[in-house]
Design a binder for this molecule. Structure first.
Ligand SMILES: Nc1ncnc2c1ncn2[C@@H]1O[C@H](COP(=O)(O)OP(=O)(O)OP(=O)(O)O)[C@@H](O)[C@H]1O
Ligand SMILES: [Mg+2]
Length: 353
């Protein structure tokens, strides 16, 4: 008699009995085997005994939280695909979930079709998944000191948070693009805070705000007497930032000659102070942002193509608020809570567009 393939096994960890019951009904009806646990602690035991293919994990539970359970579960059964479910969507939870190796993140309430399709995607991915996230230990970062302060519960912003979680711990250069006021600076800071370099320096440089003749000295430093006004030696941002992260904001405004030097710093990890022929080794992770159309600039040869490819290793494109109107109430809330605290209503650009 032919044997049918084994049914995929799902573990549902949630303290909400009703939700466990509905998930069990849906998945059992679709040829899945379902096992359950009503707490994180219990979930770890069941995961060890049952070796589920997919784990649907609630975040807010009495006792161990989903994020905590997630970290243990990855050790107990690295091959299980974990989907975090939570009613309390915060930026940081999404970032943490992805960083600790969750396959995906779903916000409650969700419709059952959605959770079925995510689960199917998780099963499909489990066959050929390369677990880059296994290198991520999440050392040195505690939940309290990392709050990106980025607001957004729209699907588009959730995708951005997922990307932050996925790239933060790598050494990849990230290019953040989006219209003015979409929060590019906040994203850069959040990547840094969630990275393995979070206890090293972070320096943000606004390339548009520094006059062209001073930017190289600002970035790479200079020797005494190297140009009129250089009365002392100066250490540049790249040297100061050694071991850390440098955020080149408004990179689209950088002159071509400076771009060449940035390229060298990226490719060779080398810089020279202005007026010096000595090469200095630097180890700096670069993040960059711009609201300029870089691709067009490459076409017009006002932005170096080779630098573009070096910087654009990971691209985070921020959606403008008009494409994620769901976030408006949250942002209004955020602005008015600032008003209650300070008596000042600060109208940041995102509220005006
Ligand atoms: N999603 C968000 N949550 C909270 N604050 C936000 C969000 N998006 C933007 N802001 C706030 O709006 C303001 C403008 O954002 P920011 O300066 O980062 O924009 P930008 O993308 O760098 O724009 P530009 O291209 O003009 O430099 C800041 O005060 C920032 O904190
Ligand atoms: Mg900016």
């Amino acid at each position: 008699m032919p044997t049918s393939p084994p049914k995929p096994k799902i573990l549902v960890i949630d303290d909400d009995d009703d939700l466990r019951y509905s998930l069990k009904r849906v998945f059992s009806g679709k040829h899945y085997t379902v096992v359950e646990a009503d707490s994180g602690e219990e979930g770890l035991k069941v995961a060890e005994a049952e070796k589920p293919d997919v784990i649907l994990l609630d975040n807010r539970m009495k006792g161990m939280s989903g994020i905590e359970a997630l970290q243990h579960l990855r050790g107990i059964n690295p091959n299980s695909m974990i989907i975090l479910m939570t009613a309390y969507g915060t930026t940081q939870t999404t970032i943490e979930a992805m960083k600790f190796g969750a396959f995906d993140y779903i916000m409650k309430p969700f419709d059952l079709k959605k959770i079925l399709s995510i689960t199917e995607a998780a099963l499909a991915a489990s066959d050929d998944l390369v677990r880059a996230s296994q290198d991520v230990k999440g050392e040195g970062i505690s939940q309290e000191d990392v709050d990106g302060g980025i607001i957004g519960s729209s699907a588009a912003m959730q995708d951005v948070f997922k990307m932050i979680g996925q790239v933060a711990a790598s050494e990849a250069t990230v290019m953040i693009t989006g219209e003015s006021g979409t929060g590019k600076e906040l994203i850069a800071r959040s990547i840094f805070q969630n990275s393995l370099r979070s206890n090293k320096p972070y320096i943000a440089v606004n390339c548009a705000a520094i006059p062209e003749n001073l930017i190289e000295s600002e970035l790479f430093g200079h020797e005494k007497g190297s140009f009129t006004g250089a009365s002392n030696q100066r250490i540049g941002k790249f040297e100061l930032c050694d071991g850390g992260t440098i955020f080149l904001d408004e990179i689209g405004d950088m002159a071509l000659t400076t771009q060449t030097k940035i390229l060298r710093a990226l490719q060779e990890g080398e810089i020279q102070r202005v007026g010096s022929s000595v090469t200095i080794k630097v180890n700096v992770r670069m993040l960059a942002a711009t609201n300029k159309p870089l691709e067009e600039m490459v076409g017009e040869k006002t932005f170096r193509e080779d630098l573009y490819y070096r910087l654009n290793v990971v691209r985070i494109q921020l959606p403008p608020l008009r494409k994620r109107m769901e976030d408006v109430p949250l942002l209004v809330d955020f602005a008015s809570s600032g008003f209650r605290k300070t008596g000042k209503l600060i109208l940041t650009p995102f509220l005006l567009r």
